[in-house]
Design a protein around this ligand. Structure first.
Ligand code: TEU
Length: 557
């Protein structure tokens, strides 16, 4: 049947281990820290934990630059710690998926160290090397983290491609040896008992072989190569091969992180008859509040967001499968982004959760989201750690952009918003560490923390717990179809979910004002439903229905 697979009925919780909980006082979160919070996660009700990378890494990009796929990062613990964590999670009925970062490795990976040595040996072709054009890079592509996407290497007088930092050289997936090594490595982890993978920028692995120049947009120095590396010519072939050689032999959850994947792409990636992946992370809903690039902020128009969700919900229905997320380690905190993290922090955090969790797909919760953690505004650039933020700062400063303007864009979009330590209690550093944290805690830990949330029956935590429980109870949440209501309303996000036997109506006020629904038919109709989710103490349903600021309601019948 349609929704029998466990990963369609699951809720996933993402842990960014570096910032979760430090058990040994070195200021860096670790595996034992995670073990000690498994009961907390179990209480929340989640089914699957996704661990951001825990492999050996020089941490240029906090573990997304892997030096050894078979070793655990020293700061996080040992392989024994990992096996213990896996066992303890499984004992509690929770699964663990790993981050699979195979578009690139660290430049300190042994394959790359070998590859650099000379042009004519086995590992050379594991990466993408090209000779320059008149002392210039082989093409005009810019890297995601600033500067060109090519780094010159004197030893062999050639350049290597790095779509991300220069310490993240891209692997050459055209080479079958590379693919085989990766499939063997995946099997190594699956044989240990891990339950699947979140695959980092997996739709970047197939490049158009002659690597053509990208177009240079107005005000840009480098060309945009994405047309030639996103969803490239052999991507479906590679994923089918990965599936038949590894994934098909295990019972896994697979989710591909895919910037630039459209719904048509997503259908190809997730239609089970294609034997590729279970679901993808779309970026479309995360790009609606920026213009040319992520730092170029524009306010969200709710209608854009609604229509985007409508497209993903309807197009994939009965064919592929959606993932649902507001947050991860790359995104600002949702309550600060689409809600109000001051006057209506609790109401808006709950409403946003409601709006997302009643959709069809597998929901992902990012650590701290369940207690309404907020963005941070560190006064000084010295307090920031993310290489993307630091590179952007330097670049903009050298172009003469005023510092306060740069800082403001970091406050709105910087990745460190998501990476400040998890706030466990109101003790120093939010109870994250006994030592000095690698990145400072958000000073709001005094007010926003797990201990306080668990103590308050009406906290955001218990709201998430309730939403997760409802997903297990009502099949319409997993299986029903989706209809957008009041499409053009700029403040109300309303939709209907319907199966053969059950029906939901979800009403979410995304504004800070009262919103009066003058739709006698709907209001009459709603009398046959009962409210199963609310974020204000009591619900008033009279002749008109007035939604208070950020009110979010779910009606069921
Ligand atoms: O991110 C992929 C990606 O496309 C990023 O550029 C993302 O858009 C960016 O972080 C937004 O500012 C993945 C990981 O999630 C990210 O943490 C890594 O830095 C990146 O891949 C490289 O591995």
């Amino acid at each position: 049947k349609q929704c029998e697979e466990w990963w369609k009925r699951s809720v996933v919780y993402q842990i960014y281990p570096r910032s979760f909980l430090d058990s040994d006082g070195d200021g860096i979160g670790d595996l034992q820290g995670i073990v000690s919070k498994l009961d907390y996660l179990h209480k929340l009700g989640i089914d699957v934990i996704w661990l951001s990378p825990i492999y050996d890494s020089p941490n240029d990009d906090n573990g997304y630059d892997i030096r050894d796929y078979h070793e655990i990062m020293q700061e996080f613990g040992t392989m024994d710690d990992f096996e213990y964590l896996l066992e303890e999670a499984h004992t509690r009925g929770m699964k663990i998926i790993m981050d699979l970062v195979v578009n690139h490795t660290s430049d300190e990976h042994k394959w790359f160290l070998e590859s650099k040595k000379s042009k004519d040996q086995h590992y050379r072709d594991y990466y993408i090397w090209r000779s320059g054009e008149n002392d210039k890079e082989p093409n005009n592509w810019g890297s995601v983290f600033g500067g060109p996407a090519w780094e010159y290497d004197e030893q062999t007088d050639e350049y290597y491609l790095h779509i991300f930092s220069r310490k993240q050289p891209d692997l050459n997936w055209e080479n079958k040896n590379v693919r085989d090594e990766i499939y063997r490595m995946m099997a190594f982890w699956l044989n240990k008992g891990v339950d699947g993978f979140r695959m980092d920028v997996i739709n970047f692995i197939s490049k158009v072989p002659n690597l053509p120049d990208g177009i240079v947009r107005e005000g840009m120095i480098y060309g945009d190569g994405s047309l030639y590396f996103m969803n490239g010519p052999r991507i479906h072939e590679f994923l089918k091969e990965m599936n038949s050689e590894v994934l098909s032999k295990y019972d896994t959850l697979t989710v591909g992180e895919m910037p630039g994947a459209s719904t048509d792409d997503a259908i190809l990636y997730t239609d089970p008859s294609n034997n590729e992946l279970n679901m993808v992370f779309t970026f479309e809903h995360m790009e609606l509040d920026s213009r040319s690039d992520k730092w170029d902020y524009q306010p969200l128009h709710l209608v854009d967001l609604k229509k985007n969700f409508e497209k993903w919900q309807t197009k994939l229905h009965n064919i592929g499968w959606n993932s649902l997320y507001w947050n991860n380690h790359d995104q600002p905190r949702i309550v600060s982004r689409f809600g109000n993290d001051e006057a209506f922090r609790i109401e808006s955090a709950k409403m946003l959760a409601t709006c997302l969790h009643m959709l069809q797909g597998t929901p992902y919760i990012y650590q701290g989201e369940e207690i309404g953690m907020t963005n941070v505004k560190f006064p000084s650039i010295e307090q920031y750690k993310d290489l993307e933020t630091l590179n952007m700062f330097k670049e903009k400063q050298s172009q003469g952009v005023p510092v306060n303007q740069i800082m403001n864009s970091i406050y709105v979009k910087g990745r460190d918003n998501a990476r400040t330590p998890m706030q466990w209690d109101d003790s120093k550093h939010g109870g994250f560490t006994e030592g000095e944290p690698w990145i400072e805690a958000n000073p709001r830990y005094k007010e926003i923390n797990v201990e306080a949330a668990l103590f308050d029956d009406h906290s955001i935590f218990y709201h998430y717990q309730h939403l997760i429980a409802l997903r297990k109870k009502y099949d319409v949440i997993t299986g029903g179809n989706f209809t957008l209501l009041y499409e053009e309303d700029p403040n109300l996000f309303a939709y209907r979910r319907k199966s053969d036997t059950e029906e939901l109506i979800v009403l979410c006020n995304f504004s800070e004002k009262d919103l009066s629904l003058r739709d006698p038919l709907l209001i009459e109709d709603l009398k046959q439903y009962r409210v199963i989710v609310q974020n204000y103490q009591e619900v008033v349903l009279a002749e008109t229905l007035t939604l208070r600021p950020f009110e979010g309601l779910v009606f069921f019948r």
